[in-house]
Design a protein around this ligand. Structure first.
Ligand code: GTP
Length: 246
């Protein structure tokens, strides 16, 4: 009896091979681990509709594209609008830009079921073996939309001055937990009657030690301060996992 449980018999002449039904009997992983540092750091860029996520992504590609091995995943609900914009703007080779169509509220694809985004990242990694950085831009969503830590190592939440100076004090996980909060379009503050001092004080109060940057992409199209922050994330990731594989 014992032998029958441990062996399958195929065909009339029957060749036998052992079958192990014990799911807890895991041996050591037979696959070689990926080369150290071969995985790029993944930075999520989220925030409400129209706050400037695509404009920031384009600026980061222009500023960092020549010094880092960089690729982008965009998320839109029904279109590939953001990817098309980035390709037409010529900020990166078209092959470095992958579009995900979420078909539902963007947070579902960046937080709940991240499979399509991970597939897109994997396609980029297969195409470019030594990527340093993948920017994953979310579709515009509300203040509750954040990235799963399984998709983004660190995340940037972009709000804009035109949305009103009350936005930071309304809180929500994007405002309170993102690794960097960018307050964008500060050039519009006077025109929309937003009080920058209040907005930044609220942001710091809600976030404690977490970073806050005020930015205008019309006045600083290179997004210099945010690009510096991104450089630091890449350096910290490299320090943690070793240099990028060649
Ligand atoms: N004045 C001003 N306009 C800006 C700034 N940043 C972005 N914009 C404009 O704001 C509009 C929306 O910017 P996008 O980058 O498309 O915003 P988004 O967050 O990607 O939008 P969705 O993907 O639809 O959620 C565009 O017309 C940008 O040119 C800024 O710093 N100042």
């Amino acid at each position: 009896m014992q032998a029958e449980h441990q062996h399958h018999v195929h065909g009339q002449n029957g060749h036998r091979h052992p079958v192990d039904f014990d799911p807890t009997a895991a041996g050591p992983d037979p696959f070689a681990p990926a080369a150290s540092g071969s995985r790029p750091v993944r930075i999520g860029i989220g925030g409400p509709v129209g706050s400037g996520k695509t404009a920031l992504t384009a600026a980061l590609c222009r500023t960092l594209g020549s010094e880092l091995e960089l690729a982008v995943v965009t998320n839109d609900i029904y279109t590939t609008e953001d990817a098309d914009f980035l390709r037409q703007a010529g900020v990166l080779d078209p092959g470095r830009i992958e579009a995900v169509q979420t078909g539902a509220c963007p947070h579902t694809a960046i937080r709940d079921d991240i499979t399509a985004n991970l597939d897109a990242v994997e396609r980029l990694q297969q195409r470019y073996a030594s990527l340093d950085l993948v920017l994953v831009e979310s579709g515009g969503d509300n203040l509750t939309a954040v990235f799963s830590r399984g998709l983004a190592d660190v995340q940037v939440f972009v709000v804009d001055v035109a949305g009103g100076d009350k936005v930071p004090r309304k809180g929500g996980p994007g405002v309170t937990t993102a690794d960097l909060l960018v307050v964008n379009k500060v050039d519009l503050a006077e025109r929309v009657g937003a009080d920058m001092a209040v907005m930044l004080a609220d942001a710091h109060r809600m976030r404690g030690e977490l970073a806050v940057l005020a930015q205008s992409l019309t006045e600083d199209p290179a997004a210099s301060a945010t690009a510096d922050w991104v450089r630091r994330q890449v350096a910290e990731h490299r320090a943690a996992v070793g240099p990028s594989a060649e």
